[in-house]
Design a protein around this ligand. Sequence first.
Ligand code: 5AD
Length: 421
Amino acid sequence: MTHRTLGIIIQNVSGWNLLPQTIDILPDGKEESAPQDRNDMILFSALCCLQHGAFFIGGTMRELIDKLRQTQVLAKEEWIKLIDGHSEASAQYLFAQARQVRCKIYGQDVYIRGLIEISNYCKNDCYYCGIRKSNKNAVRYRLMPEEILACVQNGYTLGFRTFVLQGGDDAFYTDELLAALILQIKKTHPDCAVTLSLGERSRESYRYLFSAGADRYLLRHETASQSHYAMLHPPVLSLAKRKECLFQLKEIGYQTGSGFMVGSPGQTAEELAEDLLFLKDLNPQMVGIGPFIPHHDTPFAGKPPGSVELTLFLIGLLRLMLPGALLPATTALGTLDPEGREKGILAGANVVMPNLSPVGARTKYTLYDHKLCTGAESAEHLEELKKRIQRIGYRVVTSRGDFIKQTDLNPEERKSSHVSV
Ligand code: 5AD
């Protein structure tokens, strides 16, 4: 009797696997796989699953996720264990919990924000960012107030009720100019929210813009570790200042957003644990996270991008830690994975921010290489986005999409306040 070793391909929860299998060639020429080989095959398949962490979620991981859901608090060592131990199985368990929590507060609703990138001039020189001051290859632009108002008008017609004015740290936009712009937007569209994402400004400036009518402010902390912050930024920028701005914004009354990149150079599970601890302390209404993506004209050009899987895992953790947070499925996630937006929502996110900037500006606002600004990422293709969101069981709604405090929860009220588009 002779043997022939073949490979057979099986599909299990860890994907397609090639299994070596010995086939006995019987004297009459017929082929038969030995029972022992069949046992080996089962064992091998189980090992594949284990290797991918597909079958079993470790007791500790489950306990930590359960504890997080129940208490919304973990210690640093516990965060590190969760982050280091993340696997396909623990992610699926986490995402199921995150969806339940999100559903209790926001139902199946996905909020949309019209993102207007008003300027790519920036006085800062962050090592990761494509619009940093030192990038002489960046083609600079800034939008005039009339152009911004035209974007808002266009967005309003498309169904947007929140406008995010985002830009580099550009002194052209004085408090007076911005206040006049915000007043104008609010006058024309009193039913809309205005979000600012214009970097570090003085407390007086934040106050002034808030009294002009700005509702929300996005300012990612980028990393909550002092030493890591110094690896990502030039010495003139400090984590202390960034944190101070964030606490000021909250105190003034803005719905405040922070966040960080996943996989930025030098980041380990310990830095991520610090990010989560800081966010717990800040208790922001919004948290934006996305994978780091290198830009070819920055000092981090050769660095590897962050992981989509880890980003999704962190979205799930954020949903359990800050149940009512507005969490976007970010453009960076969509850039690295064509289904990043959907995966983000299924991991616990509840916001998407299509690009509403003038088309000519979009390609110039390149924070990182290959930044997505077409298809479902662009405001004009809202229909495509709606279909994609619907396909995974959620619905894009037109409403300001404000933060819902858990104590404010009243499901009946909530249902009637949202109009599906
Ligand atoms: N990769 C991913 N995200 C980036 N950002 C800036 N540069 C990059 C990059 N290379 C993010 C920062 C910033 C937000 C506007 O964009 O976190 O706060």
